[in-house]
Structure formats: structure tokens, C-alpha cells
Ligand binder design. Structure first.
Ligand code: GLN
Length: 196
């Protein structure tokens, strides 16, 4: 694909505008997605941070839960940051009663995992061997365990917690690269989208 891929940002809740900006800086055409017609019109999707319980409830209310699951099952590339990572997890810990995800990545994600020590923090980490990157964590989850097909792309130092993963066309980070003005994670995702 040589033209700019059309990538949606799920706009039920969360920091949509920052993701749109980072995607545009990475050479994609970016647009907000709230309805099924808008989902049908994009070739990939970013699921932003926010609150996974709210996002799940809104996706249900907007009748987007099943269409999203279907697109993911069909192989649509997707990138989830923070709450978005929770949404892409096949299994979660620390969810509220009945909380559902979209799934797609064979992993267990623990909600609010860093929360008990400190709500929000910044740390430098190596993302996908692309050198040190400033990562912002806000009531962030971590990845408790991954299946055999999941590639670990980043861990905290110290602590060695898994905070960035990829499985085929699906990418997830515990942190918020859209907040630092560093578009390397979004560029990585746009490259992935071009490959699929
Ligand atoms: N703690 C939130 C949740 O469970 C995620 C926080 C975030 O996205 N910044 O959904």
C-alpha cells in the first residue's frame, strides 16, 4: 500500500484527538469512529486510553461490540493503548462484574496493576528495540501472562513488567505514546497496517 492507510480512532471515550494527531504525523489518514458505518470505512483501528468499563458499556450501547469483535476476528489491524490494551485482551483480571473485552490477543491483562503503588508515573523503556522511549502510565494495566504467539515488545525497568505486546495485526501498550509527542509507536503501527 503506497497511499496513506485510513485508520480510525474509536471515539466512544478517551483521548481521541491526540491519537488522530499522532497517526497523521505517521503518514496515515485518521478519523474518529463512533458508528458501524464509520468502522466499515477504515482499514485499521486505534482504541484509546480511558476507562475500559465505560468503553465496554458504551460499545454495547452504540451496538459496536459485535461489529468490533467481528472486524478483529477478520484480521483488521488494531492498536490499543491502556484501556485499549484491556479491550484487546482475551482475559482480564481486576475487571468489574461481567466486564467484557473485544479480545484478540492471547494474554491476561491486569487492570490498574500499578495502581496500588502509584497512580501515574513516567518511565523510560525500550519499545520494539527502537531505543529508549519516554512512557506515560496512567492507572495503567500490565500484562500478567502471554500465549505462545504473542511477541513482547516492551517491559518496565525496573520491575520487568510486560507493557507492550504484539500478536499478528494486533498491538497493545500499557502506556500512552499519544501524550508525549513521540510518534514512534504510531509509526510502528502504521507500518504494521501497511503490511496487512
Ligand atoms: N484503569 C483504566 C481501565 O481500567 C485504564 C486507564 C487508562 O486508560 N489510562 O480502563
Amino acid at each position: 500500500m503506497t497511499s496513506a492507510p485510513k485508520i480510525g480512532v474509536l471515539a466512544l471515550q478517551g483521548d481521541v484527538r491526540e491519537h488522530i494527531r499522532a497517526l497523521e504525523a505517521s503518514g496515515a489518514e485518521a478519523t474518529a469512529v463512533r458508528r458501524q458505518e464509520e468502522l466499515n470505512a477504515v482499514s485499521a483501528l486505534v482504541i484509546p486510553g480511558g476507562e475500559s468499563t465505560t468503553m465496554w458499556k458504551l460499545a454495547t450501547a452504540f451496538e459496536l461490540l459485535e461489529p468490533l469483535r467481528l472486524r478483529i476476528k477478520e484480521g483488521m489491524p488494531a492498536y490499543g493503548s491502556c484501556a485499549g490494551m484491556i479491550m484487546l485482551a482475551d482475559r482480564i483480571e481486576g475487571g468489574i462484574d461481567g466486564q467484557q473485552t473485544l479480545g484478540g490477543i492471547d494474554m491476561v491483562v491486569r487492570r490498574n496493576a500499578f495502581g496500588r503503588q502509584v497512580d501515574s508515573f513516567e518511565a523510560d523503556l525500550d519499545f520494539a528495540s527502537r531505543g529508549p522511549m519516554r512512557a506515560v502510565f496512567i492507572r495503567a494495566p500490565w500484562v500478567e501472562s502471554v500465549g505462545p504467539d504473542v511477541e513482547v515488545l516492551g517491559r518496565t525497568e525496573p520491575g520487568d513488567r510486560i507493557v507492550a505486546v504484539r500478536q499478528g495485526p494486533l498491538l497493545a501498550t500499557s502506556f500512552h505514546p499519544e501524550l508525549t509527542g513521540d510518534a514512534r509507536v504510531h509509526s510502528y503501527f502504521v507500518e504494521m497496517v501497511r503490511e496487512f
